[in-house]
Design a protein around this ligand. Structure first.
Ligand SMILES: [Zn+2]
Length: 117
């Protein structure tokens, strides 16, 4: 029986960080003109619609990303769906998103901590 090894998920960056950066770069690009439109003339409530749509879209995008990557985490090696690892007694380490693959005998670490995302 091999000893459980702890590895950094090599695909986590492209699966989570890249889309996250895209959202944070795209949102102001779209949001800024939409905000200008909102403050333009004539004043009415409808002018807020594009900005609020982008805002809702951004929140929705973040929630979807979070759900897909963290709630439906797959082993980078064998592709199995893994539950979040909860066997950690150290509270500082337990805050990090980690996933145990029993088939590969690997504890995948993401470097991402809950509460910080
Ligand atoms: Zn695996």
């Amino acid at each position: 029986m091999n000893k459980l090894s702890e590895k950094q998920d090599p695909t986590f960056g492209e699966r989570f960080v890249v889309p996250l950066v895209i959202i944070f770069v795209t949102a102001p690009f779209l949001g800024f003109p939409a905000a200008m439109y909102w403050y333009g003339e004539p004043k009415n409530y409808w002018r807020a619609t594009p900005f609020l749509t982008i805002l809702v879209g951004m929140v929705f995008g973040l929630a979807l990303l979070h759900h897909r990557v963290l709630r439906r985490y797959r082993c980078p090696q064998c592709g199995r769906r893994l539950p979040q690892y909860s066997g950690e007694s150290d509270p500082e380490k337990a805050r990090e998103y980690r996933f145990l693959c029993e088939a590969c005998n690997v504890l995948w670490t993401t470097g991402l901590k809950s509460g910080a995302d």
